[in-house]
Design a protein around this ligand. Structure first.
Ligand code: DAT
Length: 171
């Protein structure tokens, strides 16, 4: 049976992990958090002194995921999206969160100073949405509001409906 691959992207803190894990449980697909995958496999190529974080080795991430992605039925979660092969994804969701909510979420995650400000700016300038629109066909890129638990439920319902329709159309 063919199953679609879904990309969940957006600024850190918008709710990709929360949505992705729940979605994977409800529709029975594999959830992959690229940040965690990189950490486990040490898929890094240096260290960013300014942001005090390791730099992702994008080529090794792609090599690591290629087999699973061609099988289908994978939800990928990452705060960037321009380096994945375009052919991997059948649909792309960019989660969006209002500043006041995002600020509190990132602060309680321990972000402060420049890192906090830069991530808030990333959301204000809709950086990831633009990255997604220039990396994938515009018609497969969708923005989802992710401010409240009600938004989360609505997003789950909407994606599950899309998933079920895709399965009918492609099997
Ligand atoms: P991300 O994976 O995009 O970094 P996350 O899933 O870890 O984000 O969520 C960050 C925090 O926000 C976490 O404490 C859960 C909370 N959260 C996620 N989605 C939410 C929503 N729709 N409404 C309220 N809180 C949400």
């Amino acid at each position: 049976m063919r199953r679609p691959n879904i990309l969940l992207t957006g600024t850190p803190g918008v709710g990709k992990t929360t949505l992705g894990k729940e979605l994977a449980t409800r529709v029975g697909v594999t959830y992959i958090n690229v940040g965690d995958l990189a950490k486990e496999g040490e898929l890094y190529e240096g260290f960013d002194e300014e942001y005090e974080c390791p730099i992702l080795d994008e080529d090794r991430v792609i090599d690591e995921l290629e087999d699973k992605m061609s099988e289908g039925g994978v939800i990928v979660d990452y705060h960037g999206c321009d380096f994945f092969p375009e052919r991997w994804f059948h649909i792309v969701f960019v989660l969006r969160t209002e500043n006041s909510f995002l600020y509190d979420r990132l602060e309680s995650r321990g972000y402060k100073g420049k890192k906090l400000q830069d991530n808030i700016q990333c959301e204000i300038f809709q950086t990831i949405y633009e990255e997604a629109m220039s990396s994938y066909k515009e018609e497969i890129v969708h923005q989802l509001p992710s401010n409240t638990p009600e938004d989360l439920e609505r997003n789950l319902d909407q994606i599950i409906q899309w998933f079920e329709q895709w399965m009918k159309d492609n099997n």
